[in-house]
Design a protein around this ligand. Structure first.
Ligand code: ADP
Ligand code: TRP
Length: 320
């Protein structure tokens, strides 16, 4: 079974990204042949500055390898090292009904927010379909927000096969429902767009400041507190074992234990949880040529893999 997923290089990863996505990607890598790529062509739809995009790609590679992408098990590469994906996307565009793309929620949401859409944003799902179909992926782990894009991929693949013969592999999505939403410092879903994130990597002082800014009620130090409705406890649960959580809850109920104390415990736990990953990331950051070389070599192999499908596709549609 071939498992494939892509990640857009979109900025500094936070606890929500780690527990909601990065950890799952790392867990799945032993379940089959695992492909992971950095979706830099997709990022162009937001027109980033060239140097920003390049920096984000490097950072994403460091973040994922540090967090547990095993380069022995996972084939990790840059989307743009395989330009054939754009060729396949073009061919798939010619069997994709415009109405299918007009119904895409993520496109409609962006328009509703007042974006002037470029054509790249409109045909984003077709490039995503090409990413998946080019490597004959069977299973595609994604977040819930990408479910419709996967359905579009399947529709496009079925349409292509009906037209040109059974060439493309129809993929299945893997969308874990039990992934808990990680709350941000204000209690809403943690998200870059809400400015309420706690980054997983960064300076100790800045991360501590974010943890200390978690919103709580205003009960005084001596008063007993409710552990069931507290953001600090909710985040502590991500790192602590059951006994440690129970101990914190008991301290809440007993009183004479302030939110500042709980936040300090949370920070210490979180800091030591990410310590090995932080160390690994520092080592990698001091050795960027090594990381670049891995992505480059894998890109060459991915391109060879892509070429196998492309020669069939070109023949089937009448090119060459
Ligand atoms: P953001 O909302 O910060 O822009 P992204 O949309 O880039 O985050 O999310 C990347 C991945 O991280 C997605 O697969 C998403 O499901 C996961 N993720 C993001 N925020 C959370 C959260 N608060 N809780 C659980 N998973 C999350
Ligand atoms: N659209 C995905 C996201 O924003 C990223 C992505 C691009 C992707 N191509 C893909 C995910 C192919 C899975 C498979 O999260």
């Amino acid at each position: 079974m071939r498992i494939l997923t892509g990640i857009q290089p979109s900025g500094i990863p936070h606890l929500g990204n780690y527990f909601g996505a990065m950890r799952q990607v790392c867990e799945l890598q032993s379940r089959g042949e695992s492909f992971l790529f950095i979706a830099d062509y997709h990022s162009l739809t937001t027109n980033p500055k060239a140097e920003d995009l390049r920096a984000r790609v490097v950072n994403l590679a460091l973040d994922f390898i540090a967090c547990g992408v095993d380069l022995e098990k996972t084939f990790f590469f840059r989307q743009s090292d395989v330009p054939e994906v754009c060729e396949l996307a073009w061919i798939l565009n010619t069997v994709t009904p415009v109405g299918l793309l007009e119904r895409a929620h993520s496109y409609k949401d962006k328009i509703a927010k007042g974006f002037a859409p470029n054509n790249g944003l409109f045909s984003y799902p077709v490039l995503m379909a090409a990413d998946i179909l080019l490597y004959r992926a069977n299973l595609v782990p994604v977040g819930k927000d990408q479910k419709q894009h996967l359905e579009i991929t399947r529709d496009i693949a079925i349409k292509f096969n009906n037209e040109y013969g059974e060439i493309l592999t129809i993929p299945e999505g893997y969308i874990p429902d039990q992934v808990a939403i990680v709350p941000g410092v204000d209690g809403q879903k943690m998200s870059k767009s809400y400015n309420n994130t706690i980054p997983i990597f960064g300076k100790e002082k800045e991360i501590k400041k974010q943890v200390m800014s978690i919103v709580t009620d205003c009960k005084g130090l001596e008063e007993p507190k409710d552990p069931e409705n507290c953001n600090v406890v909710a985040l502590f649960k991500l790192f602590a074992n059951e006994a440690e959580v129970e101990e914190m809850k008991a301290k809440y109920r007993a009183g004479n234990y302030g939110y500042g104390h709980a936040k300090k415990e949370l920070f210490d736990k979180m800091w030591s949880f990410f310590e090995p990953m932080r160390k690994k990331r520092e080592e990698l950051a001091a050795n960027l040529d090594y990381v670049d070389e891995i992505l480059r070599k894998n890109g060459i192999r991915a391109r060879e893999e892509a070429e196998k499908l492309m020669s069939q596709v070109r023949r089937a549609v009448g090119l060459r």
